[in-house]
Design a protein around this ligand. Structure first.
Ligand code: COI
Length: 414
């Protein structure tokens, strides 16, 4: 990997100046990163083209961001990494976005910092009581150089819903999308070439202030970092093998299964590790009340195909409202499928033509087999099912800017 950051093709930064987001490090940055704060605004509706240039403006919320200003006449070099073998592993990039606010206040001012470790009190709410949320979305590089985001405002909305459940202040959707945009542009050289993968964007919202008694933290940090990624499962695009978990549950009614809080993911590690040790790709969870209805897989939503009908568990508080899930339902409808959001019994797995999973990280992942109470059901003949393939192609063509965006889901950055 290249160890010398080049931002927007300008001013290589010596390796010894790359570590840490400290103030002294900031002084070593290219001219547009010096003490002087460059502010800019974004239109309220961020559906289309966003241009960033040097200048001092502020947006409707009074949000300000210290940012670099990629301009269209600057050539961006690609980071020197093995683009042909990206998996879903963390790779540090150049910049992260940080914005803080106190409890009872609103987020107002964020800034780009060099990517690096953050400092937290051992008593931080996130560390002691798990007061935290994360999001996940992706940026794609098109052949014409344009950078595309897929429905970023949906992630911003979901973060707000989760923040309400977790008693945290959250950025507005507009602030969220603006922060995503500047973070992606600042890390442009890490966006994989077309067809090689995507830049995974990981926004975090956490109680960063110190607490001892159980209570919401006094301070909150919104942070975004990014990492180039390829396929999520080691199987690549080949079908995955799932096992249905009958003892452990991912979520309970009235709990936090329907929001993207960090604890939901720690809670599945035990079942997931056991499944992986037995050679399965991941775990499919059942509802905790009847132990009979499908919920979701550790990191993604699940769908069944039977004839022309595509079914997925309904959102009712225990299942994450996936943005890819919602998009696939719309894409399937537009392609003439009948779609159903309902309770899906585990018995229906026996009878399905195809099963697939959806998520930002996994995209659309076909399921080759599911094991339930020792019995293995297989789908297809080792190949990817016709419907899974069709929906995968339709969705990824949209996300990569190959097909026309009739849904108005794509945000272009330059
Ligand atoms: C995503 O799909 O973006 C997620 O947040 C799931 C995560 C476990 C990788």
């Amino acid at each position: 990997m290249e160890n010398c950051a080049v931002f927007a093709g300008l001013h290589p930064i010596p390796p010894n100046q790359l570590l840490g987001p400290s103030r002294s490090a900031l002084k070593l940055l290219p001219p547009f990163f010096t003490e002087k704060t460059h502010l800019f605004s974004l239109p309220l509706k961020l559906q289309k083209q966003s241009h960033f240039a040097l200048g001092t403006t502020s947006n409707n919320n009074g949000t300000t961001s210290r940012v670099a200003s990629p301009t269209s006449n600057v050539t961006t070099e690609l980071a020197d990494i093995d683009w042909d073998n990206l998996g879903f592993g963390f790779m540090s990039t150049d910049y992260m976005y940080v914005m803080k606010c106190s409890q009872g206040e609103n987020f107002t001012k964020g800034e780009l910092q060099r990517f690096g470790n953050i400092e937290l009190s051992p008593s931080a709410g996130i560390l002691n009581y798990g007061q935290g949320l994360f999001e996940g979305l992706k940026a794609y590089r098109k052949h014409d150089g344009k950078i595309l985001l897929f429905r970023p405002e949906e992630n911003g909305l979901r973060l707000r819903m989760g923040a309400e459940r977790m008693c945290m202040p959250s950025p507005t959707v507009e602030q969220f999308v603006e922060a995503v945009n500047v973070t992606v542009l600042a890390n442009k050289r890490w966006i994989p070439p077309p067809g090689k993968g995507s830049l995974y964007i990981r926004p975090l919202l956490m109680g960063s202030g110190a607490v001892l008694g159980l209570a919401p933290a006094p301070e909150y940090t919104f942070l975004i970092y990014v990492s180039p990624v390829g396929n999520y499962f080691k199987e690549g695009l080949a079908p995955i093998n799932l096992i249905v978990e009958t003892d452990m549950h991912r979520a309970t009614p009235g709990g936090t299964g329907g929001v993207k809080t960090i604890g939901n993911y720690a809670a599945v590690l035990k079942a997931q590790s056991a499944a992986k040790a037995k050679g399965y790709s991941d775990v499919l969870y059942l509802d905790s009340v009847h132990k009979r209805y499908l919920e979701e897989v550790s990191s993604c939503n699940v769908f069944l195909v039977k004839g022309n009908v595509i079914s997925t568990p309904a959102i009712k508080g225990t299942i994450l409202p996936g943005i890819t899930r919602k998009s696939i339902l719309d894409v399937a409808l537009s392609q003439g499928f009948q779609v159903e959001e309902r309770s899906v019994s585990v018995d229906e797995l026996l009878d399905a033509d195809e099963v697939f999973c959806t998520g930002t990280a996994v995209v659309v992942s076909p399921v080759g087999s599911i094991t339930y109470q020792g019995k293995r059901v297989t789908y297809g003949a080792d190949g990817v099912g016709r419907v899974s393939q069709q929906l995968y192609s339709a969705l990824t063509s949209l996300q990569m800017g190959i097909s026309e965006d009739k849904m108005d889901w794509i945000v272009e950055l330059k």
